[in-house]
Design a binder for this molecule. Structure first.
Ligand code: SIN
Ligand code: CO
Length: 384
């Protein structure tokens, strides 16, 4: 539905020249852009307990930040504030479609769609993000400045819950209009101040830190009751100072850890589980009562379309053509036989499955059972 127009750049050129390297303004990235939601709808989402939202305001140079849910916006007046709603793709199927044009980056790297509504003068102040982001200008206009990473920038904390940076030199200075897109790599300072009431859509990415990865590995060891090898020291010589932890011991500890991390066989299992876990609540609609396989087959026979629940994270891994397929859905692993690649691809590479594609699932009892289970968990639903 949304067609990304990188002007004179191909996707390969964009990745080569800009991705994780330097910011880019994509003027008219979406031609004739139509907002998938209205400011009122966004405000509606911000009234919900399970949806993460915040309002950042600046009045007379005094910054403030409040977290939602919000019932009433009148106390904020008509200028100098921004409402930011996280993971809107989980709750608004039309808005979720804004992620699709960026799916030349694999699912596991895509995080969520954050949507902001800013009144004139509103913004979150100059800051850095740790992740890549595409910021799409919807309704309205916003004055954006973006700079290159600069180690001389100082962190400022104008409010206990707001992290900003000192003034920066910009390489992009633009008033964005509907359909314009800014690509901002991690660590590039940026500042967007609304010129008029304005909607912005931020397609954010995930980049796990070493801490996150070790947490994923540790969870895997705990869940599967794997202790691994234990420290051993058959070649020990007598200690000269019993209070000391010496280099030899530390080297052995390091080796023990490295052996664990180097286990390539376990890596896809724990990484797949870790990276498909949802960070924000999902809008799962578990059917009640559950469907039987025969009912699912009937719907598919009638030409029904299936949609994947917004924000559901799905990935697969297959080492060789003849090895089992690991299907990861929402932090769980399902193992499929080696020849089920198409099944994994249909589920993971598409957010919507057309009638013809669905027929694949009724051509085998195992596939139909798999799909029935996924629908009964609320992960996929019949949308047409
Ligand atoms: C916003 O939409 O106001 C914030 C986007 C960002 O700077 O990351
Ligand atoms: Co930002």
């Amino acid at each position: 539905m949304y067609q990304l127009n990188l002007a004179e750049l191909s996707v390969a050129e964009f990745l080569n020249q800009y991705w994780q390297k330097k910011p880019l303004l994509i003027k008219g990235g979406f031609k004739h852009f139509v907002d998938p939601l209205t400011a009122d709808e966004l405000a509606g989402l911000a009234t919900e307990e399970e949806i993460e939202s915040r309002i950042v305001s600046c009045v007379d140079k005094q910054w403030d930040m409040q977290t939602g849910p919000f019932e009433d916006f009148s106390e904020f007046g008509d200028k100098g504030w921004t409402l930011l709603v996280q993971a809107v793709d989980h709750w608004h199927p039309l808005a979720a479609k804004l992620l699709d044009p960026f799916r030349f980056i694999p699912n596991w790297r895509i995080d969520d769609l954050m949507v902001s509504f800013s009144t004139p003068g509103g913004g979150v102040g100059p800051h850095l993000d740790q992740y890549d982001v595409f910021i799409i200008q919807g309704e309205g206009k916003r004055h954006w400045r973006v700079g290159m990473p600069d180690s001389n920038l100082q962190q400022l904390c104008p409010h206990p819950r707001l992290l900003q940076v000192s003034p920066f030199v910009d390489c992009i200075d633009v008033i964005t209009e509907p359909g314009d897109i800014l690509y901002i790599p991690p660590g590039c300072p940026h500042d967007g101040i609304s010129v008029e009431n304005s909607l912005n859509y931020s397609v954010g990415f995930r980049a796990p830190a070493q801490k996150d990865l070790l947490t994923g590995l540790a969870d895997h060891l705990i869940d599967n009751d794997i202790s691994g090898q234990r420290f051993s020291d058959a070649k020990r010589s007598a200690a000269t100072s019993v209070g000391r932890i010496d280099e030899t011991d530390l080297n052995q500890i390091q080796q023990l850890l490295q052996q664990l991390v180097a286990d390539r066989n376990q890596l896809p299992h724990w990484f797949g589980n870790l990276i498909t876990r949802a960070k924000h609540e999902l809008d799962l609609n578990e059917p009640d009562p559950h469907y039987g396989e025969d009912e699912i087959a009937e719907y598919i026979d009638e030409g029904s379309v299936l949609s994947r629940t917004g924000g559901l994270r799905c990935c697969y891994y297959q080492q060789h053509n003849d090895s089992d397929l690991l299907l990861f859905i929402n932090g769980d692993q399902i193992t499929l036989p080696p020849d089920e690649l198409l099944t994994a691809q249909l589920l993971c590479d598409n957010t919507e499955l057309a009638a013809a594609e669905n027929r694949h699932f009724i051509s085998s009892a195992q596939r139909l059972l798999l799909l029935t289970n996924l629908i009964n968990q609320g992960y996929w639903y019949f949308s047409e």
